[in-house]
Write a protein that binds this ligand. Structure first.
Ligand code: CA
Length: 381
């Protein structure tokens, strides 16, 4: 079996209502998709993580110019071999960011092919399913104006709860005092409802402000506090972690075994959050899982992509062992983005949807999704 073609697609759709996270205004949703074609008629799909401010053309250019020549003619089942080939050949200008996101997209497509060849979901090739469904948590609470939106966000929390999403992550990082007001209003609005809460500042603060915010939020018994400081500041992560009783999470902006070695080896996080479309695909996430296991750190993947990234993330989640075994061990939960995404739901025949707050891991071959090409044509850049 040989790879005959690598097609890449940059998709984009403007948003009717732009929204903000702490790093900027998101005015469009975008995706970089890849389709790996083989001489036996089986195709695999992958996706590179496109952060809200990131042009999807960057990863597409890496795929077209740098990676495609490295994999054409190769056996798609040589996943580990091809990962190392792509990583080594891009090392001097890659290692992180969109280059590794592009490697991730191809690697995901290869694991999709591997599952389809054998007629099994990809998680079977990763060693089997520790779980066949996963609890979803709502990622939302984006801003429309920026500050002073606490009462609207309190109402949003109740809406997520009433939709069945009884765990939620609140976007913060718009000024510590505004953040504290938001969390006060969210918890007041939720009242007696039992809701695990997480917060995410998207590295908006330095260590002192990150700790001030964390101390103010300690009474809420958060499940985690995500990206308190910039990903480069490992020492800062450690300081925040040592100062607070809240579990610290991070890793969506970290890449490969080598990046996670620093985060884990220096005991910077309680929860590692590789994004399969950014960290290096299934192959790199397997490396990261082993490393995290050795360091006693939970892995809870990040995902913010289209239906292909969601499906890949679900296959990975099925295969993640718990870090701290017990009869009531903390299981990974699935990031269920509630922000607008014009083509996410339409891209595949059976979109990922929660039922009473739980998502079934697709049981079909490979990633378990069938892509609707007409949607790609409609949103293609
Ligand atoms: Ca995040």
């Amino acid at each position: 079996m040989k790879i005959t073609e690598v097609k890449s697609y940059a998709l984009r759709s403007p948003l009717d209502q732009p929204f903000a996270f702490s790093q900027g205004w998101v005015r469009q949703r975008s995706a970089t998709l890849v389709e790996v074609v083989t001489d036996e008629g089986i195709v695999g799909w992958g996706e590179a993580f496109a952060q809200g401010l990131e042009p999807p053309e960057i990863a597409r250019a890496v795929i077209e110019s740098a990676l495609q020549p490295l994999v054409i003619g190769a056996d798609p089942l040589d996943t580990e071999v091809l990962w190392h080939r792509m990583y080594h050949q891009t090392r001097d200008y890659g290692r992180k960011g969109s280059v590794v996101a592009a490697i991730s997209a191809i690697d995901i497509a290869l694991w999709d092919i591997a599952g389809k060849v054998r007629g099994v979901p990809t998680y079977r090739l990763l060693g089997g399913a520790f779980r066949t469904r996963v609890q979803a948590y709502a990622t939302g609470f984006y801003r429309i104006r920026g500050q002073g939106e606490a009462s609207r966000l309190g109402e949003e929390a109740v809406r997520h709860y009433e939709a069945g999403l009884t765990a939620m992550k609140v976007k913060l990082g718009y000024g510590v005092d505004d953040d504290i007001a938001v969390m006060g209003e969210v918890t007041r609005a939720l009242g007696e409802r039992s809701v695990p809460l997480m917060v995410d500042t998207n590295h908006a603060y330095g260590v002192a402000e990150a700790i001030r915010l964390g101390r103010a939020l300690e009474p809420y018994h958060l499940r985690w506090y995500e990206e308190p400081v910039v990903p480069e500041d490992i020492a800062g992560y450690r300081e925040v972690r040592q100062a607070l009783s809240i579990p610290i999470a991070g890793g969506e902006n970290e890449h490969t075994l080598f990046g996670f070695r620093e985060l884990l080896g220096q005991r910077a996080v309680d929860i590692a959050q590789p994004d399969i479309g950014s960290a290096g695909g299934f192959t790199a996430c397997r490396h990261i899982l082993a490393l995290a296991q050795a360091h006693g750190v939970q892995v809870n993947p990040h995902v913010w992509g289209s239906a292909i990234a969601q499906a890949a993330s679900l296959q990975l989640i099925a295969a993640i062992p718990v870090a701290h075994h017990s009869v009531f061990a903390a299981e990974p939960i699935f990031e269920y983005d509630r922000s607008a995404h014009p083509f996410r739901q339409h891209l595949v025949e059976h979109p990922i949807q929660h039922v009473n707050g739980w998502v079934e891991i697709p049981p079909g071959p490979g990633l378990g999704v069938t892509v609707d090409r007409s949607v790609i044509d409609r949103y293609r850049v």
